[in-house]
Design a protein around this ligand. Structure first.
Ligand code: 5GP
Length: 269
């Protein structure tokens, strides 16, 4: 299956979508797929209760924000693409030993997930200096790091997700030392799976952000999404950006970059 040409952001969304994944039936309205109360609305997703207490429905939106909500726009097709990319990667991460909240994709923009309480610690893994890391430390973007760097931020829109360390997270009761050890271990497992996965598809994984949650029994699982919203992806040959930096930095071609990433992620090798 070739979802789009290799170069030049070739895939129109409808084409990419139809060829990348067979269409699924729309939600049937049965017990498992009925949206209940809106539990949470973030910048890019809504989370709904379902009649089943252990499950939520996540709806991916086309809304894009940057710089702590200062810059806002709609990116056509983004919700469907991020839903599809996450739905493609999470089952493979499960197989690689990373428990996740994902159950199944329900529709273009919805997925069924296990209900979790999100741990308010965002985890960033970096392979190459970019973004806030470059700015904070004066390191040129594109500098390859000698080993992956794991950073932690407090998940707070009001504060702009400030950088923290694990002592802060424990002292303020956001996570236990054991949870943080597990989170780091899982983040590095995600890293170990994703780097070769993307390399095989002509993409350098520069950095990415993960969120983890607790199931009712306390088990820590990977939650949220893995998508061009939450990762930096650079073309392996040209270093062209294929992620949300195209929006953040007004580079143009945002929709095409997201479509290209869906095509590459779902490409069968
Ligand atoms: P930086 O700290 O350099 O801005 O971001 C590092 C990586 O984490 C990038 O791939 C970026 O997309 C992701 N990231 C960090 N914070 C957030 C956030 O609040 N929302 C999203 N969507 N991604 C984030």
């Amino acid at each position: 299956m070739q979802a789009s040409p290799r170069h030049g952001f070739g895939g129109r969304l409808s084409y990419v979508w139809q060829t990348a994944r067979p269409p699924r039936p729309a939600p049937t309205g049965d017990r498992m797929t009925t949206r209940g109360e809106l539990k949470y609305e973030g910048k890019a997703k809504r989370v709904y209760a379902t009649p089943h207490p252990g499950e939520y429905i996540v709806e991916y939106k086309d809304d894009a924000t940057a710089f702590n909500g200062v810059k806002k726009a709609q990116i056509g097709g983004k919700g469907a693409i991020n839903n599809a990319i996450t739905a493609h990667l999470f089952p493979q991460l499960e197989q690689a030993g990373v428990p996740t909240h994902f159950i199944e994709r329900l529709s273009d923009t919805e997925q069924r997930v296990r209900a979790v309480t999100i741990i308010p610690v965002e985890v960033i893994v970096r392979n190459v200096a970019a973004g806030s890391f470059s700015k904070r430390l004066g390191i040129e973007e594109g500098t390859v790091l000698a080993r992956p760097v794991v950073e932690y931020c407090y998940k707070s829109d009001a504060l702009g997700d400030p950088l923290i360390n694990t002592d802060t997270a424990v002292a303020l009761g956001w996570a236990t030392p054991e949870e943080l050890t597990r989170i780091r271990e899982l983040a590095l497992k995600v890293q170990a799976f994703l780097v070769p996965y993307f390399a095989a598809r002509g993409v350098r994984l520069i950095d990415f952000k993960l969120e983890f949650g607790r199931l009712a029994d306390g088990t820590v699982v990977l939650a949220d999404e893995i998508s061009p919203d939450t990762c930096r992806f650079w073309d392996a040959e040209t270093n062209e950006k294929l992620d949300k930096d195209r929006f953040r930095r007004d580079l143009g071609g945002v929709e095409d970059a997201y479509s290209e990433m869906l095509a590459r992620v779902t490409r069968e090798l």
